[in-house]
Design a protein around this ligand. Sequence first.
Ligand code: FAD
Ligand code: NA7
Length: 541
Amino acid sequence: MDTPTTPDVDAVVVGAGFGGIYMLHTLRDRLGLSVRAFEKGGGVGGTWYFNRYPGAKSDTEGFVYRYSFDPDLLQEWDWTSRYLDQPDVLAYLEHVVDRFDLRRDITLDTEVTGAAYEEDTGLWRVSTSTGGTLRCRYLVNALGLLARSNVPDIPGLDTFAGRTVHTNAWPDDLDLTGRRVGVIGTGSTGAQFIVAAAPVAGHLTVFQRSPQYNVPSGNRPVTRDEVDRTKERFGEIWDQVRGSVVAFGFEESGVEAMSVPPEERERVFQENWEAGNGFRFMFGTFCDIATDPEANAAAAAFIRRKIAETVTDPETARRLTPTDLYAKRPICNEGYYETFNRDDVELVPIRENPIVGIVPEGVRTADGVLHELDVLVLATGFDAVDGNYRAMDLRGRGGRHIDEHWTGGPSSYLGVAKAGFPNMFMVLGPNGPFTNLPPSIEAQVEWIGGLIGHAERTGVRAVEATSEAEAGWSRVCREIADATLFPKADSWIFGANIPGKPNAVMFYMAGHKAYREELRAVADDGYRGFLLDRAGEAATV
Ligand code: FAD
Ligand code: NA7
């Protein structure tokens, strides 16, 4: 049978989170393309559909954890607390989908299992878990960078007689009231869960491998009046966000920590501790906490002192106190350290006292203790950034699988395109910005839309990043990352959380403003670094 040369749709979008939703709207309603979006979940929302664990919420403030592309949308959606609880973000994304009538073009409960570029037709052949195949000219992957669960390989995990749940697949019918709950993991998710679950559970056992630096979030209800006043200022707020580094809606500091006397440093740390928010504590206090070891040590020492002041049992305080750099994605929440003063919360430091196995009754540790549990929660994070790409049978030119391209770790050009994968784009692909994500998602979606629009108007058949451009972008990302302290801490940001995963730079760490400028410069330069194939023959512009 001949390969069809006409596409079924112009574009396929994979994923219906923040990224996929806006990509669908952009391609369909702004460019007039026919689009089909696939989502493996039973609803839209991505992160906010799956992560329904107690305590799940944004750690970006609500007024900037949203889209900014439509002024009316900005005005019509309210918020009632400083950070957004998971149901509120989910309701918001569902509202966006309905408001722009996107649902009719999204197929739910359908995983894209494979996508292959056909060089003879210039089309992508997309296969789904429901057995369907369709061809499209453009493939946009919005698969999520924190969306593929990391399930640890612990002996006996499948023998546990109670409920085992990962926070990224939280079931609706699980009630923790009065239950003996164990949680493995104390990252951002684990910390949120611990604070929310402790008052509900009968007993909570926290299995902690690495202690983390937590700062208060300062979460609180937001009044009607505050919402109204914020809405009046949205113009300037979003200008500030787009011109900032981390895009969290606060001014980053321009002051070096060691340039001020110790009392002033203490005052600034205290002021920001009281103001709340992890990114604010790292980037709003001083400009060099994430880059200068001495500044970093000062911030870390401040948090350690807070732990000592807060946690009443000295041994528990010792276990909770990190000794490494303060250089993972900053965490914030309300009352994390206080939670460990509860009689019904127990901290088990599993680096000192490892888990030896899981048995039907619970978790056994090296000291011989069996921690009996009804529910075991895996707050063990994600195979971040490239996890969902590798999970797909994704093949570019020459039938080469994405894994063959990414042997040393994932790479891209500008976080949105990949050499060898013509007409394929990524939202939050590897080496995209490390920021509050909705603004960066918007920047990428609009830029991808701009490039596809350009191709459509000028008769370009295939758009493809060059290997040189991709290598250059990887170098830039490496240089920027190496100028920070982040590579010196083991975390998902560099793939260190997954056994066997190559340690690689996976983010562009120069900030949102710089990233937008890069995107604009590349477009203004005739899409520098892309091959734009007009007549079946690639030509660099
Ligand atoms: P996602 O929301 O992850 O959506 C990707 C979608 O693609 C998923 O629904 C997935 O099912 C689908 N998908 C993947 N592969 C396939 C396939 N092969 N076929 C079909 N569908 C597929 N970021 C912030 O900036 N601030 C925060 O405060 C913040 N809080 C967070 C809290 C939690 C608990 C988590 C887990 C993440 C948080 N994040 C936060 C990151 C968050 O993921 C992003 O802000 C944003 O939601 C990402 O949107 P996305 O559309 O890129 O990805
Ligand atoms: P993280 O930040 O990767 O945290 C995962 C936690 O689980 C962390 O404490 C890990 O310890 C722990 N972990 C992972 N694997 C194991 C095994 N095998 N045994 C014991 N403990 C383990 O994921 P989160 O979901 O908390 O946060 C990710 C992002 O999502 C976050 O930044 C937000 O943006 C939302 P470790 O520190 O590796 O020693």
